[in-house]
Ligand binder design. Structure first.
Ligand SMILES: C[S@@+](CC[C@H](N)C(=O)[O-])C[C@H]1O[C@@H](n2cnc3c(N)ncnc32)[C@H](O)[C@@H]1O
Length: 197
């Protein structure tokens, strides 16, 4: 049951936050993608019929929900914190978004080669700056950062030519040279890439 039209929840980040419990709202400013960034990134990733987009480290699904609300294509979020998956999937159901799913798993268990587009908001950062952690629920360490980042590099390198990638707050040095930077937005924080070889 909505207090307003569903699209009104996408007018601002504060409006979107209202869909979630207070502890999730408190993480919003730093840890969830702003609505305007999610709209720009999801439009870029949703470039062809039948686009299949994955968000590596999806949180409560703000990127996936926004992308799935405004675009065709499917949006799958991979998230290691179970409570985020539970509250996110509840909102997805409320909106009736059949094209959006959040999966509870660790990225290390995932092969993302079936997807045509990838979204990545510097998800492993909490392993190297512990003060930026979302909470204490999961293990965090420099070793895990290395493990996750290496897995990401391996996955990115084996994606087919033409794969689209959107990174937010991510260093260029961590993206393989086979991806060409096509566009930047929001003071270079959002970078849009295409795999060329
Ligand atoms: C910065 S938040 C981004 C959330 C979401 N992508 C968004 O833009 O709104 C990063 C998320 O990645 C998740 N995460 C970090 N490492 C992960 C891993 N190895 N596997 C799955 N999820 C992970 C964290 O739990 C956190 O919810």
């Amino acid at each position: 049951m909505y207090l307003t039209q569903p699209q009104n929840y996408f007018f601002s980040d504060a409006a979107f936050d209202n869909l979630f419990p207070v502890y999730v709202q408190k993480l919003s400013t730093i840890h969830w993608t702003p609505i305007n960034v999610a709209i720009t990134a999801s439009r870029f990733l949703n470039s062809s019929m039948g686009a299949r987009i994955v968000d590596i480290g999806a949180g409560v699904g703000k990127f996936c929900i926004t992308g799935g609300f405004f675009n065709n294509g499917t949006y799958t979020g991979i998230e290691q914190r179970k409570n985020f998956v539970t509250v996110g999937n509840k909102v997805i159901k409320q909106f009736g978004l059949d094209n959006v799913t959040l999966l509870h798993c660790n990225f290390l268990e995932m092969d993302i080669s079936e997807y045509t587009g990838i979204y990545f908001y510097n998800s492993f950062h909490e392993n190297i700056v512990l003060s930026d952690s979302l909470d204490e629920q999961v293990d965090r360490s420099a070793e895990l950062y290395e493990l996750y980042t290496n897995h990401l590099l391996i996955q990115l390198k084996k994606m087919p030519v033409g794969t689209r990638l959107a990174t937010y707050w991510q260093s260029i040095a961590e993206i393989p040279g086979c991806y060409r930077l096509r566009e930047t937005h929001y003071n270079n924080l959002l970078k849009l890439w295409v795999k060329e070889y």
